[in-house]
Ligand binder design. Structure first.
Ligand SMILES: [Zn+2]
Ligand SMILES: [Zn+2]
Length: 266
């Protein structure tokens, strides 16, 4: 099976939670016979079925921080990751690994925690070996709560997911050596935000990553980017700007339900 990303939601933030104008189900990352569900926000369980994906294949759950657009459907996704919950004697089957923060875990009932094989409390700088794949926690500057991004080091490529963050001193350096970046880009052009990046802010940081990224996927678009009250859908113009102002070979914008082979980026 080719490694692949499935976009269960290209939206982020409160407006999309409420309206589902863009879905908020997070991303499936399929790699080496594994299926990771990263940030299963509201509707994740609906989208995984709508886009003909199989929730029982998920064996890695990652919630990067305790915001509802990243966390909401986690328990449903854990239950949906197995066809049977327990045997005849109500012994619950254990399956899967959850990587998340302590704050998130406080909101996961013991009932669901006990369905998991492994729970890994994670923060920036931590590493974890999952089925032979090294996963590294990256720094975020986002809100008061704990959070992290992740880098997956595969045999023939590496991919980073920024999660929600601002840019900061060291943002580019921590991604150096990564081939593909999945960037949460909430806002277009120079519409700044205290908690997120906009296109104009992030471009210089993308250009500072060495060696140059091979691929970039932009996602987690907020309501300023595209919604019923934004003057236009800014995603195409941001894609054009990023292609124009960086040397990244392949840049793709996420759309709800899109399935993107990793080989497209390499
Ligand atoms: Zn978010
Ligand atoms: Zn957030």
């Amino acid at each position: 099976m080719d490694d692949e990303l499935v976009i269960l939601g290209s939206g982020g933030g409160r407006h999309h939670i409420r309206t589902q104008y863009r879905a908020t189900g997070g991303i499936l990352f399929k790699f080496k016979e594994n299926q990771a569900h990263i940030d299963p926000g509201p509707g994740a369980i609906v989208r995984i079925n709508q886009y003909n994906e199989d929730p029982t294949k998920t064996n890695l759950f990652i919630v990067t921080h305790m915001h509802i657009d990243h966390f909401n459907d986690l328990c449903a996704i854990i239950e949906a990751s197995r066809e049977q919950l327990h045997d005849r004697n109500y012994n619950y089957f254990k399956k899967g690994t959850l990587i998340t923060t302590e704050e998130v875990l406080d909101f996961v009932p013991k009932y669901h925690q006990n369905m998991l094989e492994t729970i890994v409390l994670f923060k920036s700088g931590d590493t974890y070996n999952f089925e032979g794949t090294k996963i590294i926690g990256t720094k975020v500057i986002h809100s008061q709560i704990e959070g992290f991004g992740v880098i997956f080091k595969l045999d023939n490529y590496s991919i980073a997911f920024t999660s929600d963050t601002k840019v900061f001193e060291g943002f580019s350096e921590q991604i150096s050596g990564v081939d593909i970046l999945v960037l949460n880009l909430l806002r277009p052009d120079s519409i700044t935000c205290r908690r997120h990046v906009c296109t104009d802010e992030v471009i210089p940081y993308l250009n500072k990553i060495t060696p140059q990224l091979k691929g970039l996927l932009i996602t987690h678009f907020g309501s300023y980017m595209d919604s019923s009250f934004s003057p236009t859908n800014y995603v195409p113009s941001q894609l054009a700007k990023l292609r124009d102002e960086t040397n990244i070979k392949t840049i793709i914008a996420a759309e709800d339900g899109s399935k993107i082979k990793i080989s497209n980026f390499l």
